[in-house]
Design a protein around this ligand. Structure first.
Ligand SMILES: *[C@@H]1O[C@H](CO)[C@@H](O)[C@H](O)[C@H]1NC(C)=O
Ligand SMILES: *[C@@H]1O[C@H](CO)[C@@H](O)[C@H](O)[C@H]1NC(C)=O
Ligand SMILES: *[C@@H]1O[C@H](CO)[C@@H](O)[C@H](O)[C@H]1NC(C)=O
Length: 163
């Protein structure tokens, strides 16, 4: 298989794991006081786009620090990519938008196309990221989700007691 295709698949996998975690979290969120909280802020889509552009600019700046020959090497840009993914997630949440959402996904696909469309087989600057990096990237959202679920359960127990 084209190694760069493999890179993209891995990136999509990381993104999908994050997305599933976020979605699973909002589904398991049975406590009405929690589900209503994000809706206090209405998602402003033009503001969301501005925030995503800011994450994109930061990612562009970070990628520019990487030597052009290493820009298709996952080992070199995985950290920057993770910061970018986190930036879109945190800022969408901060302004009351769900993450992921179609607008954010479209934006991220555009960024992928911009940065990784040049990654060709001849340049072959691909190696697996060190396994511990990949495991860490996958485990962080898992632990965050477990912590959030524990928090939700704890809070709903508390409100039962208080009610
Ligand atoms: C949405 O955000 C934009 C940009 O900050 C702002 O100009 C606009 O007034 C906001 N719209 C609403 C409905 O809050
Ligand atoms: C992709 O390649 C073209 C032509 O070589 C170049 O002009 C462009 O800057 C490259 N894009 C990136 C993101 O490296
Ligand atoms: C990718 O980067 C790593 C770390 O610098 C390096 O060991 C590896 O050889 C690079 N892969 C390619 C194909 O250049």
């Amino acid at each position: 298989m084209d190694p760069n295709l493999l890179t993209l698949i891995k990136l999509c996998l990381i993104f999908a794991v994050n997305a599933l975690m976020a979605r699973g979290l909002s589904d398991s969120d049975a406590d009405p006081s929690f589900t209503q909280r994000p809706r206090l802020l209405h998602c402003n889509h033009s503001l969301l786009l501005l925030e995503m552009e800011r994450c994109g600019e930061q990612f562009t700046a970070d990628m520019n620090h990487i030597h052009p020959e290493d820009r298709c090497n996952l080992t070199h840009f995985i950290r920057e990519y993770h910061v970018f993914s986190l930036c879109t997630e945190i800022n969408a949440g901060r302004i009351g938008c769900f993450w992921p959402n179609p607008q954010v996904e479209r934006f991220i696909i555009r960024v992928h196309r911009h940065f990784f469309s040049n990654c060709t087989l001849e340049r072959l600057a691909f190696t697996d990221p060190p396994d511990d990096t990949l495991i860490l990237l996958i485990l962080i959202p898992v632990f965050l989700t477990l912590a959030m679920v524990a928090l939700v359960v704890w809070c709903s127990k508390r409100s039962d007691i208080l009610a």
